[in-house]
Design a protein around this ligand. Sequence first.
Ligand SMILES: [Zn+2]
Length: 305
Amino acid sequence: MKMPLNSVYITSLPRSGSTLLSMLLGSHDGVAALGEFVLFGQALSTNSLCSCGKPLQECDFWGEITRQLNDQRDSFSTLVYPFDFSKTGFQKKLSKLYSYALRHHHALLLDLTAAFPQGYPYHMKKAADNTKSLLEMLANRVSDTDTIFLDASKTTTRLDYLITMKSYPIKVISLVRDGRGTLHSWLKDSDRSFPDTVRAWRWHMENQLRSLKEIREEDKIVVRYEDLCRNTESELKRICDFLQITFQEKMLSMEGPFHMLGGNPGTIGNSSTVRLDIGWEKTFTQEELNLFEELAGEVNREMGY
Ligand SMILES: [Zn+2]
């Protein structure tokens, strides 16, 4: 059996350009963009739509695998992290504790896995194993043995877990965007207050930066959304070097079909141009910008903004 040795994980916050990056990279002959791979279990149980527009079971890419797993469709979880991190308060504390335990007490967690066969640790290990076996199934299906599987699940906690578990080798693309741009996008459909949204952004961004520090230099690259939009070709060439593949001109035209999970078939594959969204510059008041600076300016500058 071939091993899925070519797995690349995109870590980013929502609305930071991960779909765009997935489409650009996924247009390369040697890259299979999986979208939010973490959602496979859910997609399997509901036979939801692939970004190509077909239900998973009828999709050219996922169809055979989902049919093979049909008898497990209600139990095949790929969600390695059982908590909802968008919450504040207790859940936030719990998640910090868990991240700490993951980093420093990995052996203890494995013991817990054995001691509580139906508890969270068991559930998480099972989900990581499922994720790995899915990659192996995919690797066995594609004709090119060097195919790179691009997992744009984005969440740092999932990445931390997969790396801690040493589930399979993973390279990381850390995609960042000016916090004011991400914030502007989040606020469009959020009923949280401006300061709460800034604090949430800061918390998630700090997690992403902290997680990145634990990854070896040769296994990671940082990509800025704005650079990707402004200098698309040179940024793609830099990423291709990192992935050890040769840049292909057709990447720029983002021609599908794409078989990405968690995406909207209406937006994935229909946009063939790269457009930089910096609407925040015209929208935010000086007062809001000052507040952002006060609450999160330091973290934004750490990324070069
Ligand atoms: Zn598809």
